[in-house]
Design a protein around this ligand. Sequence first.
Ligand code: NIG
Length: 392
Amino acid sequence: MTLLVTGIGELTTHDDEEPRDGPFAVVVDGDRVAWTGRARAAPACDTAVDVGGRAVLPGWVDSHTHLVFAGDRGEEFARRVAGRPYTAGGIRTTVDATRAAPDADLAARLRRHVAEAARQGTTCLETKTGYGLTVADEARAARIAAGEVDEVTFLGAHLTPAGTTTEDYLDLVCGPMLDAVAGDVGWIDVFCEDGAFDGDAAARVLAAGAARGLGGRVHGNQLGPGPGVAVAVAAGAASVDHATHLTDADVEALAGSDTVATLLPACDLSTGQPPPPARRLVDAGATVALASNANPGSCYTTSVALGVALAVLQAGLSVPEAVRAATLGGARALRRDDVGHLRVGARADLHVLDAPTVVHLAQRPGVPLTAAVWRAGVRVPADAPLSEEVHP
Ligand code: NIG
């Protein structure tokens, strides 16, 4: 079955050969993009949808979330906005609630949040373990996540749980816990920060994961400067995430590496950190991704569009740069070439905006602008009708 999506006012494919004058069209064949170009040159298809002049871009690739959790941290958030600083200690609250929750509850919450993200244009989503911190609880989180999302990351090294030492806990993470999750995850991650794990511990975790064939990711430089970026780059990690507090040497190291700087501006906003150094990184030549960091503590939003708006309004990116970071950048952070763009052969992940151009993503922050979403060629439920035209 082929589908013609036509009447596109602005089309972002991330193809260097993108035609300039619209209206545009995209042909979807099964789950893949089969053709893109000017609407008047489009081939005949089995069915057609006219999007009425709306902008179409690749679905968001959300390469950083923590969505296997139970419990609520509303009180902690209220204390934070009243002036108490964010510390990673709140993670323990979620660990207790998550351990106590039945499998079905964790899976239902995860599905609800994934569906919430999809309604806002997210078509490829990574999530992590990290609120279990026992072999059984981490294995359970990995198994539940593997059934629901595109990419799963093992974050046993989130915090050292009460009742053990960091050394003993690292032995567990790099041994029996890793063995228990390895079949359900593609990535290993470590929270490298004062109060969590230091640079040597982070390097050890990444090496243990690499020995099991897992790609590396690092939570680094979130709450202050630290060794996270250097460790990630030295280990050839796919990404270092947060990357809020960077020295010039960190920026230079990222620019000279394949490690993606995954920025989480909504988290920085929610935790009272400065905006991420997006402009410095892009100017230096580093690859930048934008992700939601949806989690119950530091950043309880699944909105990638919010991160795009903040990257433009607070962190100095142009709208096209921010859109690229939240699509192609996310794909690079996950080392995927099938998503994050709409070149021929890509997974047919289309995000139709209720707007004539992507500029509206930053110009109208907070407004739900997702009009329709296709994931792998299948329409994901969305509220807005496509019958009326949008005018610039
Ligand atoms: O990415 N930095 C560590 N982990 C999460 C925080 C999770 C939490 O507060 O529950 C983060 O911000």
